[in-house]
Design a protein around this ligand. Structure first.
Ligand code: HEM
Length: 512
């Protein structure tokens, strides 16, 4: 027995079980109190404003996340405490006008960009390679270089017919539904369409057939469930990494484990098939990734496995949310809807005139989409906040040490009167030079984020949203079912917004 151990146990020799128990409880309490005192008064993040309860433990913010209320909570905290708030013992939320530039920027000479905190990400490294959302600085930059050719202007131009094909199919299905007199859930149609588009761009063919069959493919349902489970996993990890381990190892429900297994096998199968076929008859992502990357920079099969789900979901759910939300806000602001109708119907003589290039000439629609993404950003929170992986940093005069987590939350920023006059109102005019909004802090509006980890599919995302809306309004007079008037405010957020049905009545526009 070591001398140190003997010294440690000596005082307890002869102690009864009860005495040992009482001592253990007192020790645990003392350690807990010391930790609380340290977190609140002596922790390097202690000077940052925020509720004391949040400084003590990660549980309050995890609780908001687990309840799907975190976007609202971040807004409330920034409203009360200002542009920088301590939201956990090691976590800070920033909403200053230069936050994106300072924190999500390239940080030249300061150790490079901050990468995402992926410590509790499920499926990490399950594919034999890390995905873009889990990669460290250098690995991320490498994957991004490999993917870049698939997201260039040239690629988007060549992919346009594929995108148009699916949106046209959606319009045809909606015409059929309206002929039957159906009231339709337009949110579902936008989700089906954008998932079909991204499924085809990633896997090389219409793998999901959602629009065709007017139903979700199971792979998509499981992908969306991953978002929700990711939030719970994160919360569990905040309690203890042991709790997470026990959950993942022993407690995970069989039905969910089976679904995960199916999802994994399907992803591998779809990637294998696409990679084996070498070429497709249309330019999907893979054809650019494999043919245009520099030598030695081609994405491996394992990397493709690891990134496939991310590419499909990042590019579909977001666009569907932007499209459905803009439509909802137009429907609940009849004057704005009238202007959009006039603009679209006077600009295009026929449906074929609606193209990726021509939708740029719809200033009011474009302002409406921007305003919708300000009021209700598809990516509402920093779903994977950044980890201060090396070195330390000063933000707004506060010292942020290594190991801290920093997030910028778009939904909170958009609701702050400090940055936007009439912040909670939907006012497309603010983007069209209206004097009343001249002092808005436009640099805080970054729905696609900014810096080296910003949205890779920005061009495609904007294009799809504009075309979907232009085609919907060109083809139909749209009426919101009154029961859906609280559609936005009723939503919860688990990385993605949980959108209830958005029921509308469609009447085809009669043209001579
Ligand atoms: C309205 C539509 C969209 C919005 C609002 C949006 C927003 C975002 C945001 C906020 C991020 C996180 C950036 C960060 O962590 O700083 C992101 C990342 C990403 N998005 Fe989008 N997105 C949209 C559409 C798309 C589309 C169509 C694609 C195409 C596949 C796409 C692909 C990606 C990828 C690959 C990333 C990860 C980038 C990286 O880690 O380097 N997104 N997006």
């Amino acid at each position: 027995m070591s001398v140190r151990f003997t010294i440690l146990v000596e005082p307890f020799r002869g102690a009864s079980f009860l005495e040992l128990l009482i001592f253990s409880i007192i020790l645990t309490l003392a350690l807990g109190i010391t930790k609380v005192v340290y977190n609140v008064f002596f922790h390097p993040l202690a000077p940052i404003p925020g509720p004391k309860l949040y400084a003590i433990s990660p549980l309050p913010i995890s609780w908001s996340r687990a309840q799907g209320r975190s976007p609202y909570k971040f807004a409330e905290l920034h409203e009360k405490y200002g542009p920088i708030v301590r939201v956990g013992p090691d976590e800070v939320s920033c909403a200053g006008p230069t936050s994106f530039k300072d924190l999500y920027g390239p940080r030249y000479g300061k150790g490079g960009p901050l990468t995402r905190d992926s410590r509790a990400t499920p499926l990490k490294e399950k594919f034999g390679a890390v995905g873009m959302f889990q990669a460290g600085v250098q690995e991320h930059a490498r994957i991004r270089r490999q993917l870049n050719p698939a997201f260039s202007e040239k690629a988007s131009r060549e992919q346009e017919p594929l995108v148009m094909g699916y949106i046209d199919s959606m319009i045809r299905k909606l015409r059929d539904a309206s002929a039957r007199g159906d009231v339709v859930d337009i949110e579902k149609y936008t989700m089906w369409t954008t998932f079909d588009i991204q499924g085809d761009l990633v896997f090389g063919k219409d793998v999901f057939e959602c629009i065709e069959k007017e139903q979700y493919h199971p792979w998509i349902k499981i992908s969306m469930a991953y978002f929700t489970s990711g939030v719970y996993t994160h919360a569990l990890n905040d309690i203890s990494s042991w709790a997470l381990w026990v959950w993942q190892k022993f407690l995970i429900p069989k039905s969910f484990a089976d679904a995960q297994d199916y999802h994994l096998r399907t992803t591998l199968d779809l990637v294998d098939k696409r990679m084996a076929s070498k070429k497709t008859d249309h330019p999907d992502y893979m054809s650019f990734i494999t043919s245009e990357s520099k030598a030695g920079e081609v994405l491996t099969k394992e990397q493709m496995y690891a990134n496939a789900q991310m590419l499909v979901t990042a590019g579909s759910e977001t666009v569907a949310t932007a499209s459905a939300t803009t439509l909802f806000l137009l429907l609940t602001h009849p004057e704005a809807m009238e202007r959009v109708k006039r603009e679209i119907r006077s600009t295009f003589k026929s449906e074929q005139d609606i193209t990726a290039a021509s939708v740029i000439n719809l200033p009011y629609l474009l302002a409406g989409i921007d305003e919708s993404m300000r009021v209700w950003p598809p990516v509402a929170t920093s779903f994977n906040p950044r980890l201060m992986s090396s070195g330390c940093y000063a933000v707004d005069g506060y010292f942020i040490p290594e190991g801290s987590i920093i997030g910028i939350h778009n939904h909170a920023i958009g609701r702050l009167e400090r940055y936007f006059k009439d912040a909670k109102k939907f006012v497309p005019e603010r983007w069209l030079g209206d004097e009343r909004y001249a002092n808005d802090s436009r640099e805080t509006f970054q729905p696609f984020s900014s810096g080296p980890l910003n949205c890779l599919g920005l061009t495609m995302g904007r294009m799809e949203t504009r075309v979907i809306l232009a085609k919907l309004v060109y083809n139909f007079d749209i009426e919101l079912v009154p029961e859906c008037r609280n559609w936005l405010e009723s939503q919860k957020n688990y990385i993605a917004w949980h959108k209830p049905p958005l029921m509308v009545k469609l009447t085809p526009v009669q043209r001579l």
